[in-house]
Design a protein around this ligand. Sequence first.
Ligand code: SF4
Ligand code: SF4
Length: 191
Amino acid sequence: MTVVEKIKNLDEKQCVVNVLLDSVKAHPCKDCGKCVFGYEGITQFEMILKDITERKARSEDKVLLTDLANLMVTQALCDDGKEIAQAMLTALDKQGEVFDEHISKKQCRAGVCKQFMTFHVLASKCNGCTECMEVCEEDAISGKNKFVHVIDNDECTRCGKCIDVCSQGAIVLAGAIKPKCPKKPIPCRKK
Ligand code: SF4
Ligand code: SF4
């Protein structure tokens, strides 16, 4: 299946930006260098897409990708370069709003890009052991013994250490749909 076909047949569990990034990373233009537009284009594609999936996008990135792809479609020497550029244009045309959500709203609707996920403690499972708070180097977790702990996602760097240390499975990752959790520590119901 070509990258263009892949982009046209994505389901709701796939993120178009992530699929494009994976395709760009494995693309033959990266190791070719026979034409400037293919080599430079694929290098810029990878940098910009990586930034978008890691919450580091700039507002002009969508326009940059469009301009680059339009140049590559006409100027790349071989079909490899033209095809990945066409895939980019197809993605921007069919799922432009998904790029906007990543860039402006800091959301990945498919829940694929880890940097857009948020961490939450489920009150029904937390026994207030304090292990997660102790392991969090960012001081992003508040709580005390036998209280349901609460994660501040503005401080959280998504390292995942709290999930690893929680023996109760009380910490979950969420995409666009968030679980209902206490906003501040409350006494645990779970013993
Ligand atoms: S979320 Fe898990 S590790 Fe943190 S206090 Fe609750 S049970 Fe303990
Ligand atoms: S993912 Fe890392 S930074 Fe975020 S709350 Fe858990 S331990 Fe802290």
